[in-house]
Design a protein around this ligand. Structure first.
Ligand code: ZN
Length: 116
């Protein structure tokens, strides 16, 4: 289920027309950033996507979201039909347990494997 135009409009409203990363106004120039990068199995669906400037999207690159970014994403999606992809829950639990970078990647990979 790729991101539809309706999903994009809803994300834009929920983010207040602002970039997920820098909080600057983004509007029609927004790009889709995948919180868990597609290169590592992240899905192309609203539950794993935020709106961001192209430059912020590129700067984020292929890293995992930080604890603060996860908190922000979870609060944006609370009660929203756009949802949260289960591996993001697994990542948040790992981060809250104090997992380092390697352990966080393993938690994500295991959560993705459980969905298959
Ligand atoms: Zn930005």
């Amino acid at each position: 289920m790729p991101v539809t135009p309706d999903d994009t409009r809803l994300m834009d409203v929920q983010q207040g027309g602002r970039c997920f990363y820098c909080d600057g106004p983004v509007g029609a120039k927004a790009t889709f950033d995948h919180l868990i990068p597609q290169a590592y199995g992240g899905i192309d669906a609203p539950a794993n996507v935020v709106l961001a400037h192209r430059r912020c999207n590129q700067r984020k690159g292929d890293r995992l979201p930080t604890a603060g970014e996860l908190d922000r994403f979870f609060s944006l999606r609370r009660g929203s039909r756009l949802g949260v992809w289960p591996p993001l829950h697994a990542l948040r639990e790992a981060v809250l347990r104090g997992a380092g970078e390697d352990a966080a990647w393993i938690a994500v990979a295991e959560a993705i494997a459980r969905l298959r």
